[in-house]
Design a protein around this ligand. Structure first.
Ligand code: SAH
Ligand code: MG
Length: 198
């Protein structure tokens, strides 16, 4: 993988205000991936492909990433970026709304990374659980949303997002098949391990 090119892509994304994964969040996820060595990883929210390209380093031999993006400009850029960095064989991009695409998928994933529309997190969780391997992990970014989620914040514009993020957190905490940690890293990261069934 061409790391120099990856760093150029990262800097350009930051300049263009594309909300790519934060360094401290990436560090936490890399530790998890290093342990799990996933064969199949699903990402919801590709943007220009930065996080997917970072994750692709930690797949097991022959492993791959499916990632979903709906913004046409970002889709085009992500495709070009995968080629520039030389990871196009490991990353498969689904083009369209994850709300439409997820129900059509029927695969098993070791890791699901949720990083898209906050108002859809409960739906993404439902779909992730349907496809999660035993001992798999669901990681959701931005779950604390600038502190709004844990405050009494109720401003109109972000109200739906906040309500749905709160619902996401409640569901992962209540699910007896999951073991969940919420970290204050970046914009809030929820890590939910599926307990092994015996
Ligand atoms: N994971 C990326 C950043 C993703 S930003 C990284 O760290 O590099 C969130 C992206 O999700 C945006 O590009 C947005 O267009 C996309 N998105 C939001 N809602 C979506 C949906 N319902 N379906 C598909 N993509 C979505
Ligand atoms: Mg994010």
């Amino acid at each position: 993988m061409n790391k120099e090119e990856l760093m150029i892509i990262k800097e350009r994304a930051i300049q263009n205000h594309i909300p790519i994964i934060m360094d401290d969040t990436l560090e936490v996820i890399v530790k998890i991936l290093t342990k799990i060595k996933p064969k199949k990883l699903l990402e919801i929210g590709t943007a220009v492909g930065y996080s997917a390209m970072c994750f692709s380093e930690y797949l097991q031999e022959g492993g791959s990433i499916d990632t979903i993006e709906r913004d046409e400009e970002r889709i085009e850029e992500a495709k070009q970026n995968f080629v520039k960095v030389g990871v196009q064989d490991k990353i498969n991009l689904y083009e369209g709304d994850a709300v439409d695409i997820l129900p059509t998928l029927d695969k098993k994933y070791d890791v699901v990374f949720i990083d898209a529309a906050k108002g859809k997190y409960p739906f993404f969780l439902e779909q992730a659980l349907r496809m999660l391997e035993n001992n798999g992990v669901i990681i959701a970014d931005n779950v604390l949303y600038k502190g709004y989620v844990m405050s009494d914040y109720n401003k109109h514009k972000q109200r739906t997002a906040v309500r749905n993020l709160r619902e996401y957190i409640a569901r992962v905490n209540e699910d007896s098949n999951l073991d969940t940690q919420i970290l204050e890293v970046g914009d809030g990261l929820a890590i939910s391990y599926k307990k092994a069934v015996d």
